[in-house]
Ligand binder design. Structure first.
Ligand SMILES: [Zn+2]
Length: 151
């Protein structure tokens, strides 16, 4: 927490979202990344690309870029922070609630949920692409379904 302690919890989350959207974390691209994926929310105008690099079964680096509303960019920042350094299995088990609760967005309206979860959807598709290269037994398939079922 970066000095939000005097604010009420709703304000804390609001401040965090504004702060992350102005100064996004892990914004950019990774040269020589292992996998990249793009998706968008046409209704809001959010449009993101995410690059991932893996090393020894872990995400050694992750970056995203593109344009999006404050909620979209804030959630992408939070998600990429969570993902960095984690094992593929840990990344695979990330649920939407893990991201929404970080920014107090559990009760977001259906239309804004897409903004909050676009980066998670992209992450799951990217991980699917990566795993499908080596897991030829079809064990990566559930990731694709999970990504499509997020919203
Ligand atoms: Zn949006």
């Amino acid at each position: 927490m970066r000095g939000y302690s005097k604010l009420s919890s709703n304000n804390i989350y609001h401040e965090m979202i504004i702060d992350y959207s102005r100064n996004p974390l892990n914004f950019g691209e990774i040269e020589g990344c292992d996998v990249t994926h793009h998706d968008s929310n046409p209704l809001c105008g959010d449009s993101l690309d995410m690059d991932l690099k893996f090393e020894d079964g872990r995400v050694s680096d992750v970056k995203f870029r593109g344009k999006g509303c404050a909620i979209c960019i804030a959630c992408s920042s939070v998600l990429t922070e969570i993902v960095k350094g984690k094992s593929v299995e840990d990344v695979r088990s990330i649920q939407k609630g893990d991201i929404l609760s970080e920014l107090g967005l559990e009760h977001l309206q259906a239309v804004r949920i897409k903004c909050a979860l676009l980066s998670l959807k992209i992450l799951k598709f990217a991980l699917y692409k990566h795993l499908a290269k080596t897991h030829t037994d079809g064990s990566a398939e559930s990731l694709k379904e999970e990504a499509s079922g997020l919203y």
